[in-house]
Design a protein around this ligand. Sequence first.
Ligand SMILES: Nc1nc2c(ncn2[C@@H]2O[C@H](COP(=O)(O)OP(=O)(O)OP(=O)(O)O)[C@@H](O)[C@H]2O)c(=O)[nH]1
Ligand SMILES: Nc1nc2c(ncn2[C@@H]2O[C@H](COP(=O)(O)OP(=O)(O)OP(=O)(O)O)[C@@H](O)[C@H]2O)c(=O)[nH]1
Length: 503
Amino acid sequence: MVPVIALVGRPNVGKSTLFNRLTKSRDALVAEIAGLTRDRKYGEGKVGERPFIVIDTGGISGEEVGIDEAMAVQSFQAIQEADIVFFMVDASAGILEGDRMIANYLRKSGKSAYLVANKIDGKNPDVVLIEMYELGMGEPLGIAAAHNRGVSTLIDHVMDELHGVSHDEPVARSEDEWNYVWEEDEEGHVTEVVHEELDVKGIKIAIVGRPNVGKSTLVNRFLGEDRVVVYDEAGTTRDSIYIPYERHGQDYTLIDTAGIRRRKNISEAAEKFSIIKTLQAIQDCHVCILVLDARTGIVEQDLHMLSFVLNAGRALVIAINKWDGMDADEKKRVKDELDRRFDFLTFADMHFISALHGTGVGHLYESVDQAYESAMGKWQTNMLTRILEDAVATHQPPMVRSRRPKLRYAHQGGSNPPVLVIHGNLVNDLPDDYKRYLANTFRRVLDIKGTPIRVEFRQGENPFSDKQKDIRHRTKRRAESVVKTANIRQIKLDKHRKARNKP
Ligand SMILES: Nc1nc2c(ncn2[C@@H]2O[C@H](COP(=O)(O)OP(=O)(O)OP(=O)(O)O)[C@@H](O)[C@H]2O)c(=O)[nH]1
Ligand SMILES: Nc1nc2c(ncn2[C@@H]2O[C@H](COP(=O)(O)OP(=O)(O)OP(=O)(O)O)[C@@H](O)[C@H]2O)c(=O)[nH]1
């Protein structure tokens, strides 16, 4: 099958120009006027003997009405048809709202996408590309389509990938590399200590949402057939009831904010909703499921509730309930609204479910489990430091008052949400986009999903003594292979399983 590449991006980022380069044709119009490419254009190109098809889509700005809206729909269709997407952004204009919206869409579509930063000519790539990391689309590839710079590298790279040529090195790691951790005491002394076993109590889930969205129905669904309720704390003075149960060998505790367990009749139900209970549950949970009602769409109260979850730094999964019996138009309207209003919410999975019929509930658990893994993940100082060093080697921090900030090491400062603390000089003067770049790098390499992360910076001299430097040097070498492969999730999962299987 000939691979299909879709060019997607805001108007005027240079899609037509790249299309022409790739297809070596002059068919597509190139002009300064935004939105000139009205139709999808199909072209053919070749790398050596390997052909590919390229689709030039109409631009998507994120604020479409009328004809623009139709164009955006076309672009989305093109994405569906493609094997791979070149998500183009304009390096001379920086990241705009429309770029974020497209990034969001692409992430959800699950399509394999390359972030292509065009118009890199006359720019310092190190500086302009850093900003692009905030899109969370991985490493940006800088090109100047109009000057044919970087275009062949780009297409060679992609064609290699589409045809399964891998440049990755083989995986090499051993379990003992995960059994130590760097810890810092109050004076800033760093020592190597043995990693204690991960805490494997159940995953505490809070199901929150405004009245009538279907929380109780979802609680019932969760505690349905395959539950093993260990005890029922009925009659406790606690505001919310905590219900432990087991599913597929995993322990969970449901924080029942809806009061389903105490509810005697439906008239009482309306009074059961309590903001306080909701806030407590959000604070106390590992993973929050925010339930929205597809029938009513998103209302102000949903957004308030969301802001509580975000402020608490909780792992989050969004369940859009009552998806049953909706017609295609209604579904589209709801999805569009979600894209628009939750555009900024890049880390949380969304599921369209029917609590009433149980549709999509299994997938909710997948996201909950994954978010929990990430929120509670533990990472050793030497590994975090290595990632930091790699990030700095890839993109140096920009100079501050003619001095280069030095980032020395990183350690974990907490879980749920993960806090990563970076120590160094001039760290408080690092520009925000560089801080975002570091945060995004950690998120990507550590495969952190479903939870926010916090990156903090601490100013200070290198606390490593000579002896510690020596230990650090040795452990760093050992950690190198681990970090390269960064198959952290799998390793953590293994650990969990091992711990769980202990008597
Ligand atoms: N400096 C610079 N300008 C470029 C580059 N590539 C394209 N342009 C200019 O950017 C403008 C838009 O290019 P197009 O290829 O028409 O952009 P498009 O994304 O297809 O735009 P729509 O058709 O409106 O969606 C044109 O004026 C191009 O000359 C580049 O690499 N460097
Ligand atoms: N069609 C449909 N209706 C649903 C679904 N889930 C819940 N409902 C209905 O929505 C109404 C409210 O559901 P509840 O589960 O009581 O909502 P709640 O969020 O617990 O409400 P409070 O306890 O008042 O906060 C009930 O009439 C449910 O039958 C669903 O997936 N599809």
